[in-house]
Design a protein around this ligand. Structure first.
Ligand SMILES: [Zn+2]
Length: 303
């Protein structure tokens, strides 16, 4: 399962009930932070999430509402005695911004900080470990901007314990069986893999697309995405403004989710002019039924 916690559902102008952008992505062994608007570390505290569990931060673009909280967060991680390295993935310029802040404030860190420049002109695998892959997706915003896709890796098949006993499957043979091999027992009988194993859990995915004018084509990496966070800064009556500012409306986000054959859609990055969000749902629902609105402190998951 992948769970995400909305840390900031607002756009550039914050409201007391909507922080600027930030989302925490939790899988079994890791926490990833995507975007780090002003106040993100306070949001993490407010919603009782560990700052130190975050080892990877992904910044979509260098508009202030998506990164202004970064220097504060990395400083606090240092003040708390962090030793684990921290990796930051962001478009060109992020490293320079942080290094200027560190230099002028004479700050130093107790851990190593590395920056990875994301090429926002093309999609690529930018990070992976045993359980997860992270891809960037070029977005259409006023400056270089990338969305991020978190894809769990498919685990090997599970061998049924009963079958291990029944066919006396030795330890050395189990790895191949988990990868799909049949088993030949002592008497030379072939036991088909389908009798020995069951499929492992489905590999799930989460995509975060903000900020962007709705993309004309859905990139293939987003096909069948389980959970899609798409910005919807405006309602449809402000489609012209969305176009001019390279943002999306709720209806456009819903159309895009349908194009991707997404399973669940979360709308976010709401303009501060909107007090109520039910109209975002009413606009999107006729096009994409499984739609939800982001709210600060709200959890969503792939299941
Ligand atoms: Zn922006």
């Amino acid at each position: 399962m992948i769970s995400v916690l909305v840390l900031g559902s607002g756009s550039a102008t914050p409201r007391v009930d909507r922080n600027p952008s930030g989302i925490l992505v939790n899988s079994a062994n890791s926490s990833f932070l995507v975007d780090c608007g002003e106040g993100t570390q306070l949001q993490l505290r407010k919603y009782k999430q560990s700052l130190q569990r975050i080892n990877h931060i992904f910044i979509t673009h260098l508009h202030a509402d998506h990164f202004l909280g970064l220097f504060g967060l990395i400083s606090t991680q240092g003040m708390l005695g962090r030793e684990k390295p921290l990796q930051i993935f962001a478009p060109k310029g992020m490293e320079e911004i942080i290094k200027v802040q560190m230099k002028i404030t004479k700050s130093w860190l107790t851990y190593s900080l590395s920056f990875h420049e994301v090429d926002c002109s093309k999609s690529a695998l930018i990070w992976e470990d045993k359980e997860m892959e992270v891809y960037n997706v070029p977005l259409d915003h006023k400056i270089a901007c990338s969305g991020y896709v978190f894809k769990q890796k498919k685990k090997p098949r599970n061998i049924l314990p009963l079958k291990i006993e029944q066919h006396k499957i030795p330890v050395y043979a189990r790895k191949e069986i988990k990868l799909g091999a049949d088993f030949v027992d002592e008497k030379g009988r072939v036991i088909p893999n389908s009798e020995l194993t069951v499929d492992s859990e489905k590999a799930l995915s989460f995509a975060y697309l903000s900020d962007t004018k709705v993309l004309n084509e859905a990139p293939t990496i987003l096909n069948d995405v389980d959970l899609l966070y798409h910005e919807a800064t405006f309602l449809n009556d402000m489609a012209d403004r969305a176009e001019a500012t390279h943002h999306s409306t709720a209806e456009q986000a819903a159309e895009f989710a349908a194009k991707c054959a997404a399973k669940k859609l979360i709308l976010g990055h709401f303009s501060s002019r909107y007090d109520e969000l039910h109209e975002f749902v009413s606009e999107a629902k006729p096009i994409f039924a499984n739609v939800h609105v982001a709210e600060d402190g709200k959890w969503f998951s792939t299941e």
